[in-house]
Design a binder for this molecule. Sequence first.
Ligand SMILES: Nc1ncnc2c1ncn2[C@@H]1O[C@H](COP(=O)(O)OP(=O)(O)OP(=O)(O)O)[C@@H](O)[C@H]1O
Ligand SMILES: [Mg+2]
Length: 176
Amino acid sequence: MHFTLADLVTDITQNAVEAGADLVELEVSETDKEFRFLVNDNGKGMTQEELKKAIDPFITDGVKHPGRKVGLGLPFLIQTAEQSGGGWDIKSEKGKGTKVTAWFDSGNFDMPPVGDIALMFRTIFMFNSAGEIVIRRRKPNDEYEVRKSELLEAIGNFEEVSNLILLGEYLQSLEE
Ligand SMILES: Nc1ncnc2c1ncn2[C@@H]1O[C@H](COP(=O)(O)OP(=O)(O)OP(=O)(O)O)[C@@H](O)[C@H]1O
Ligand SMILES: [Mg+2]
């Protein structure tokens, strides 16, 4: 399979948006040694029972993807982190929100490629949600923060193709 860590982060951030959060915070940090991310949302949250089901690779509710026999999402994140010498932590409280953290050992042969981070941020800002999305990015010699509300204010909307090109170019320039 040719998935990337960016695919995983996108998937987990989508869960946060789908949980109805009006604030989603995403942190993506990279050093020579590890790739780490954190998604914090104030959405619907899960009970311990619901969380247990959500991380179980053999349980899928079959609602969203009726034809699919295997779960992706959280089980896939956990499996990937564990297989490549990393780890994970998930905390959730019903009605309050969810926090997902995972880290990956860059020196590990089995770590998937990181992928295109700027493109990933653009995809995340394009998710259909009225809530705020704050992204914090840390690299060894650089860090930056971007907010969906500020980008929308500057660009107008994320529907017109020309605006999406602008958004992509801006995020790319921050990343370089
Ligand atoms: N941040 C979150 N807040 C609340 N519930 C969550 C969160 N993340 C996951 N869940 C719950 O766990 C379930 C499983 O998540 P998972 O990402 O594995 O699958 P999915 O989102 O239903 O489908 P897919 O991601 O494959 O489109 C979700 O349907 C949701 O009920
Ligand atoms: Mg999901």
